[in-house]
Structure formats: structure tokens, C-alpha cells
Design a binder for this molecule. Structure first.
Ligand code: SF4
Length: 94
């Protein structure tokens, strides 16, 4: 599983992770290796959203989290940064 506890964060959702007991290497594939199997495990995971948000909030740079690769998470972070910048620009022009 791609989840390791940092102190003072609520990580109780991990108890329901679909990847409990699954080989962690699956979620940290070598560069260029397939992520399909890990994403398949994530697909049916009931805490997928929480897992993804945890990775986004904590800037996790490696591994599959919430069914998404590093590249996919980077795209979300960029989109969010753009939205924040647009909102700030709107606030300043109002
Ligand atoms: S979304 Fe994937 S990596 Fe995250 S807890 Fe669920 S199975 Fe594990």
C-alpha cells in the first residue's frame, strides 16, 4: 500500500483500504513499468477519494495513490493552482 503515517494526521480511513495486504511494490512501480494492476486494486477501493486527497495535500511524489499516478496527480495540482490564481485575480479586481 502506498500509505505511510505521518504524525498528527487522521489516517483512520486506511483501515478500509483495498490495498491492505497487497504487495506495496505494486504501488511503487519502476519508472516506465505498468501501473495497471495497482490502479485495478484502487478502482474498487471505498477510501479512494480520501487516499487521493491525502496524497495531493501531502505532495506525495511517488507511487499510485487514489488510483492515480504521479503524473496524473501533478496535473490535478496544476489545475488547482490555476483555479486558485484565477480566484485571487478575481478578488483583487473586484
Ligand atoms: S485508493 Fe488505492 S492506494 Fe489508496 S487506499 Fe485505496 S487501494 Fe490503497
Amino acid at each position: 500500500m502506498g500509505i505511510y503515517a505521518k504524525p498528527d494526521l487522521d489516517l483512520s480511513w486506511q483501515e478500509f483500504a483495498n490495498c491492505l495486504g497487497v504487495d506495496p511494490d505494486l504501488f511503487f512501480p519502476e519508472r516506465g513499468a505498468s501501473t495497471r494492476e495497482a490502479k485495478e486494486v484502487c478502482r474498487g477501493c471505498v477510501v479512494r477519494d480520501g487516499c487521493l486527497e491525502y496524497a495531493l495535500q501531502n505532495g506525495e511524489k511517488f507511487g499510485i495513490w487514489g488510483g492515480m499516478s504521479e503524473r496524473e496527480r501533478r496535473r490535478i495540482r496544476r489545475q488547482r493552482a490555476l483555479i486558485r490564481a484565477e480566484e485571487q485575480a478575481e478578488e483583487q479586481s473586484a
